[in-house]
Write a protein that binds this ligand. Structure first.
Ligand code: PLP
Length: 523
């Protein structure tokens, strides 16, 4: 049985001994990359060239009659993702809300795959069903939600937001005696949702998917710190206006507050928004995909005061939580609100089986088969506790503050938005060339040289009062240190100077002003 070349013994993962076999297979795959140095943050080269190289490694696009065997296949793929993948542990990675994953979470995720349990019914896996309930309760309590709270894990914050808006939409219908699930959205008139100008684009996508249309999203103005202005929200609610297409009066049914905007990490004023939502009878959803992790930290948890007043909360532990994707959770203050997703299916949860205790979480989501993402989350919560996770976030917050100070001290850099959680938005100042073109080129050149991977966005720059292309550091690696950040900023400055001087070199002295793009500084 223990001979690893005996395919009969190891083809399928047996509980217990089989898990060890996964470990052994990973060790041999890792050994096969062992002689190579740790890869840079991203493989050097133009994106098309890199993809072409990987395609060439993969060979003919046809299913071979005979396989190459398990070890060879695994080693082959391990080498490809090692050589052409992303290195999130590198201190020059600062692009997205994509953290280096915790080893313990990856191991637990392999365990989740090994069980191949599903969460829809009791007989698709009892253990993980109870583990999900436990983790939901732990996180609902951390958020300060009432005893009635419930929740469901899903494949991402975008999906959790979709589910929240689906539930809010159906509740709004039910409040008016409508069965939206059965009758569709037409009877709702002209329903709208409100969120800030800088809320995540998944709100628009959710409204499109829910049959409300993207035009159902009304965006509310923000203050200088990109936080929703309660007065602006109130003004819209006092006079929501009519739908220009149909002439019907708009009926707001939900407000989405963002706790941790993707670019700036800023947090809408939750208590004020909750109070307004209550007065106007709106569902209050808090999109805390990024910011929820602040609750792990004593130093930062005050930022989320008021989150306990939400009707629903999205949180992504594959961001602040250091989980491999996906580990998203939708929490509801009242688990009864899941009712509109309830479903009776003859082959899964007939009434008499439900009475016998064979139910599961089928009625909490749109998925049927659903993998136990919760296993890695629960393992991580047990392993690290609140302070273990809180300290990791505080380290990232400190790094972001360090980056902010360094940027402020560099005359060539302009701080655009300081840090709230772990992001910093800034730009390279240049006077002779088009600064949008230069900043975008700096990011691409860092990326294609494999020397650093940073983010970009477009945001109103205070000194100019207009939107400009900016650079962004998103810092989620608590093992980076101040020297790592300084090295990254040095590299950004070096490449920016290089881009700028090349651009200037190509310009005739008379034609310099704001002409970078036309002069062809891009390759
Ligand atoms: C990342 C993010 C989302 C989307 O989450 P995914 O897990 O990427 O689908 C939604 N809202 C905010 C504020 C986010 O930062």
């Amino acid at each position: 049985m223990s001979n690893p070349t005996d395919i009969r013994a190891t083809r399928f993962v047996r509980p217990g001994s089989g898990w060890g076999e996964i470990g052994r297979q990973l060790i041999s795959a890792a050994d096969s990359t062992g002689g190579r140095r740790e890869p840079s943050v991203l493989p050097a080269g133009a994106p098309n060239d890199v993809l072409t190289r990987v395609a060439a490694e993969l060979g003919p696009r046809e299913l071979a009659t005979h396989g190459i065997g398990e070890s060879a296949a695994l080693e082959y793929m391990a080498r490809i993702v090692h050589d052409y993948g992303l290195n999130l542990t590198d201190s020059t990675y600062a692009a997205h809300l994509q953290p280096p994953p915790l080893s313990v979470a990856v191991a637990a995720d392999a365990l989740a795959s090994a069980t191949n349990a599903s969460l829809d019914t009791y007989d698709s896996g009892p253990a993980t069903l109870a583990i999900e309930t436990w983790a939901v309760d732990v996180l609902a309590r951390l958020a300060g939600l009432p005893e009635t709270a419930g929740g469901v894990f899903g494949p991402g914050g975008s999906y959790s937001n979709l589910l929240a808006l689906l539930i809010a939409r159906d509740q709004a219908g039910a409040a008016r005696g409508l069965d939206i699930r059965h009758d569709g959205v037409a009877a709702l008139g002209s329903p709208v949702v409100l969120c800030s100008r800088v809320a995540h684009f998944s709100v628009q996508r959710a409204c499109a998917a829910l049959g409300l249309g993207e035009s159902a999203v009304i965006t509310v103005d923000c203050d200088e710190q990109h936080r929703m202005l309660p007065s602006a929200l109130e003004a819209i609610l006092a006079d929501p206006g009519v739908d220009p297409a149909t002439g019907a009066t708009r009926t707001p049914f939900a407000v989405i507050a963002t706790a941790g905007t993707t670019d700036f990490g800023t947090i809408d004023p939750l208590p004020e928004i909750a109070e307004i939502a209550r007065r106007y009878g709106l569902w209050m959803h808090v999109d805390a995909a990024y910011g929820f992790g602040a609750l792990f930290s004593e130093r930062l948890s005050g930022l989320l005061d008021g989150i306990a007043l939400a009707d629903s909360i999205t949180l992504d532990l594959h961001k602040v939580g250091w989980q491999p994707a996906a580990a998203s959770l939708l929490l509801l203050a009242d688990t009864d609100s899941f009712a509109s997703l309830d479903r009776s299916v003859a082959y899964l949860n007939p009434e008499d089986d439900l009475e016998a205790g064979l139910g599961g979480q089928l009625g909490l989501t749109l998925q049927t088969t659903r993998r136990p993402d919760v296993l890695k989350v629960a393992t991580t919560l047990l392993a690290y506790g609140r302070s273990g996770l809180g300290e990791m976030l505080e380290s990232c917050h400190d790094l972001a503050l360090h980056a902010q100070r360094r940027i402020e001290s560099e005359p060539q850099l302009e701080l655009v938005t300081g840090t709230t959680l772990t992001t910093v938005v800034f730009r390279y100042r240049c006077h002779e060339l088009d600064s949008d073109t230069v900043n975008a080129e700096v990011r691409r050149r860092l990326l294609t040289s494999g020397s650093a991977l940073i983010g970009r966005t477009r945001v109103r720059v205070p000194s100019l009062c207009e939107p400009r292309t900016c650079l962004k550091l998103t810092l989620l690696n608590p093992e980076t240190d101040a020297a790592g950040i300084d090295g990254l900023v040095d590299e950004i400055l070096r490449v920016a100077l290089e881009v700028e001087s090349e651009g200037l070199g190509r310009l005739a002295p008379g034609a310099r002003a704001h002409a970078g793009q036309k002069a062809g500084i891009l390759p």
